[in-house]
Design a protein around this ligand. Structure first.
Ligand code: DX5
Length: 223
């Protein structure tokens, strides 16, 4: 049975001078949740949102917030991001020496955990932590910036990951992030992704609602 398609915006292309209103707009456009691309200028060559920025936006929408922690030390501020209103924290496997403990700690803090893999990282990194996550993110760009080109060679990796998750017996979503547009979303969904991050492509639509609707329709048709 196909898993429910979720369309999730990255706020990287949003108007940073008006983020609370942007979150309200996204909620009104029918997104399933909002992803905050948290970057520390260390793990990736870019710097974005601290917990206080996210906390300031929390009251502007009821939509779920997830924090994509593109940071060198995900343990350092996990609690602050949960307290800011992100109840799902996505940790990069490449950033955690003790990934099992990092993910378990997020649950101890009252959050939910997910794990992300960069394009070059093999999926066997997932083998011993699936009991600790509600989602796996397979990156379809190298992290750090919006507006990059979708890496189509990730599609067999997405399919292999979906098979691993199905065989695990755990109820785990598969998210993809990077270069998702009307031209690439069908390939990602057909490969097995059911949570699709879109930033620059979504914000290019005349209205956000139009973009959410088209991307959802294309993904559902491809499943
Ligand atoms: C990369 C970021 C981007 C962003 C989506 O670190 O995670 O992938 O969320 O950007 P677009 O949709 O513009 O590729």
């Amino acid at each position: 049975m196909s898993r429910r398609i979720e369309i999730v915006p990255s706020v990287l292309p949003a108007d940073f001078s008006n983020l609370g209103e942007e979150c309200r707009r996204l909620g009104d456009a029918g997104v399933d949740r909002i992803q905050w691309d948290v970057m520390d200028g260390n793990f990736v060559p870019n710097l974005t949102f601290g917990p206080d920025v996210i906390a300031a936006c929390r009251p502007h929408t009821d939509v779920r917030f997830e924090a994509h922690l593109m940071v060198a030390d995900p343990d350092l501020m996990a609690k602050q991001y949960i307290d800011a209103g992100c109840d799902l924290l996505i940790v990069h496997a490449e950033t955690s020496t003790h990934l099992h403990r990092t993910l378990a700690n997020i649950a101890d803090l009252g959050g939910n955990a997910a794990v992300a893999l960069n394009p070059a990282t093999p999926i066997d990194e997932l083998e011993n932590i699936l009991d600790l996550v509600e989602m796996v993110l397979i990156m379809t760009v190298n992290p750090g910036f919006g507006g990059q080109k979708y890496i189509k060679t990730m599609e067999p990796k997405i399919t292999a990951t979906r098979a691993m998750l199905d065989a695990s017996g755990y109820d785990i979503d598969l998210e993809v992030d990077g270069g998702i547009s009307k031209d690439t979303i069908a390939g990602a969904a057909a490969a097995g992704a059911n949570v699709l991050i879109s930033g620059s492509a979504l914000f290019r639509y005349p209205t956000l609602a139009e973009g959410v609707a088209e991307l959802r329709t294309l993904a559902e048709a491809a499943q």
